[in-house]
Write a new protein. Sequence first.
Length: 215
Amino acid sequence: MVQKKEEFKDLRFECLRCGNCCVDKNTLVNVTYSDILRIKKSLNLKIEEILEILGFYIFDKSPSKEELGKMVIPPIETERGLAFTGLKKKPSGECYFYDDKGKKCLIYKIRPMFCRTFPFTFRIFFNKEIANKAKIRMQYTEKGIEYCPGICENAPLIDEDEWIKVGKIAIEEMSANNILIKQWNEASQKGKITPTARNFVLTILNLEKKDSNPD
Ligand code: SF4
Ligand code: SF4
């Protein structure tokens, strides 16, 4: 009997480079501001070019509190409503950086954290008994279970320690990103900023300047 992926006792995975995660119409490619800065730096992009590779996807209807709580990256306030920020998708559903002919990612070495961690998701669990002891747990994402053929009974067991290292970086980048989004949304609600996509990217670029001029 074929075992269901979500029932595997130990995590198994090997990327088969099928590209499903890059072309799935219903998969939005999350980006954090760290991803945006990494891609910008590596490709030497100007602000207009950054806006060209990003998609600001407006929700059809406002997400509920419960839906918002499930999102790993919350939406940002824009002049058109709440928007999810990700890499732009082509009309066919492929990621902007997917090379359909070569069947590969054009920015593989600097791909967003979301792509690096797929098909896993990571969470921190705090142990109340032992102060300051936090543990990172990982599991397959719903999308991974849905369409990633690299998760299968015959795939090798993963090196959990190595993956946890990646997960730790992902959690740190996501936490910093979510703080930025919280500040942005609050500033927008108080009328302190004009919440355009361009201004959002400018805010991110200013973070880079602050990092390089810490004084
Ligand atoms: S769907 Fe899975 S196997 Fe296919 S490219 Fe993505 S991670 Fe690799
Ligand atoms: S950035 Fe690369 S790995 Fe990530 S979805 Fe796009 S093509 Fe795939």
